[in-house]
Design a protein around this ligand. Structure first.
Ligand SMILES: NC(=O)c1ccc[n+]([C@@H]2O[C@H](COP(=O)([O-])OP(=O)(O)OC[C@H]3O[C@@H](n4cnc5c(N)ncnc54)[C@H](OP(=O)(O)O)[C@@H]3O)[C@@H](O)[C@H]2O)c1
Length: 217
């Protein structure tokens, strides 16, 4: 029987004050050894999934480069289909499988532009991408494991819908403060501690100046 949803593992590097980035500024929190660890995780995943802002701001490749292994399918959630043709994702889409997920709000011209590219375009959801439906579509495509690599807005959507199975968080030796920063989970604070919490701490690993925390829901 086909599972109704792939296993979702959230992977992020956070500062000591729980931030994953700065608004409108690309910063790198991971050390070289942490990048190797994350790329090993990528190589073990069927797909890697990020939000539109992460692509806009960081222009990532989302490939396996710091270790040997296969590239996961890259999945970008971009309701309006605004990803730029000169982004590294689009420039490399001939050789690396890429799915752009848009919603019904996409303009005809953006849809036409994307459909001319060697990528898979999935229309899913009315305004924003419907992530529950998307996971079921991905499952039917044979995708069993998804590495969720943020950013904070997308992480929050997955948390709100209880779609995260596991979190692997690298605690890095930086502090960013609260203004113009991005939290691991963006959005209003919960009125009370979520009923699904506390999570179960399954593993702790110290590497150099970083601590890797592995929590299961
Ligand atoms: N340290 C780390 O590990 C790490 C990892 C990744 C990113 N980051 C940082 O995170 C920051 C970006 O995070 P962000 O919170 O601004 O944006 P984000 O989560 O990367 O992207 C959010 C966007 O994705 C689109 N989206 C489509 N469907 C969605 C859905 N169902 N739920 C949520 N979003 C959906 C929305 O734009 P549309 O409505 O236009 O579709 C939304 O505004 C950057 O600073 C980046 O450097 C850090």
């Amino acid at each position: 029987m086909v599972n109704s949803k792939p296993k979702v593992t959230l992977s992020a590097a956070i500062t000591l004050d729980g931030k994953i980035g700065q608004k409108n500024n690309h910063i790198v929190l991971s050390s070289k050894s942490d990048k190797i660890r994350v790329h090993k995780l990528r190589a073990k995943s069927d797909a890697i999934l990020v939000g539109k802002n992460t692509v806009q701001q960081d222009d990532p490749l989302l490939t396996v480069r710091y270790t040997k292994g296969k590239n996961p399918i890259r999945i970008i959630l971009d309701s309006h289909g605004k990803i730029q043709n000169n982004s590294r994702i689009i420039k490399s889409c001939k050789r690396i499988s890429t799915i752009i997920v848009v919603s019904e709000v996409i303009s005809k011209s953006n849809l036409n532009r994307l459909q001319k590219l060697p990528i898979d375009v999935i229309i899913c959801g009315k305004n924003q991408v419907n992530i529950t439906k998307l996971l079921s579509i991905l499952s039917k495509k044979g995708i069993k494991t998804v590495l969720l690599e943020g950013g904070g807005t997308l992480n929050r959507s997955f948390l709100n819908k209880n779609l995260i199975d596991e979190m692997i968080i690298a605690l890095t030796p930086y502090i960013l403060g609260s203004k113009n920063t991005i939290d691991l989970f963006e959005g209003v604070s919960f009125p009370e501690l979520k009923t699904k919490l506390p999570l179960k701490l399954k593993n702790v690993q110290k590497t150099g100046n970083e601590i890797i925390l592995n929590y299961k829901f």
